[in-house]
Design a protein around this ligand. Structure first.
Ligand SMILES: [Zn+2]
Ligand SMILES: [Zn+2]
Length: 188
């Protein structure tokens, strides 16, 4: 009766020793497996999020997500073939290009009466025959309505040649037309 507990105690001691040993091993391998699964899940989520940022086509996005599910190799293959730009980058580049085009359209001079595109050296509008500029009396260079002196030959523009009122009215019209031209460019 006394020997039994002793014997059981030694067995327990011996058993617990191998138990601790095996538990350590099991815990270590379990931890490694759990880490591998967590890392794999992290990669799956990363691929799915990245594909959403870069791919607009729903089917291709789905394919990328499925590829991301392939343990470890899938995300590497995805990295090799993913689009280099995010959708946000593509969108902002398009907006920048549109702004640049609008700026170009704005810098293109137009006739103050009929809005036809004209060149900066036109004396009259070829569409509605409105007088746009007067030629310089000395060198015939086209003069802007507000200029008081020819920039090419330094001849003063005579008061008979410049109708300040008409010129200012034309300038006001140009300014008033500018937002409409902008709106048209934005619609296009
Ligand atoms: Zn015109
Ligand atoms: Zn001149």
């Amino acid at each position: 009766m006394i020997a039994l507990p002793l014997a059981s105690a030694t067995t327990t001691q011996h058993g617990s020793h191998s138990f601790i040993h095996s538990t350590g091993f099991v815990v270590a391998s379990d931890t490694a497996a759990a880490l591998a699964v967590v890392f794999w899940l992290g990669l799956v989520i990363w691929v799915s999020r990245d594909a959403r940022r870069r791919i607009g086509e729903p089917f291709l996005r789905f394919l990328a997500t499925v590829l991301g599910l392939v343990p470890y190799i899938g995300p590497v293959v995805y990295l090799l073939f993913r689009p280099s730009d995010t959708l946000e980058e593509v969108r902002s580049r398009r907006v920048e290009l549109q702004a640049l085009e609008q700026q170009l359209a704005r810098s293109q001079p137009t006739c103050p009466r009929c809005c036809a595109a004209v060149e900066p050296d036109y004396l009259a509008c070829p569409v509605c025959t409105a007088t746009l500029r007067q030629p310089c009396a000395s060198c015939n260079a086209p003069l802007e309505p507000l200029w008081q002196m020819c920039p090419h030959c330094a001849t003063a523009v005579g008061p008979s040649q410049v109708d300040l009122d008409a010129a200012l009215t034309a300038e006001t019209k140009m300014i008033a037309l500018a937002p409409r031209a902008e709106a048209r460019a934005a619609d296009a």
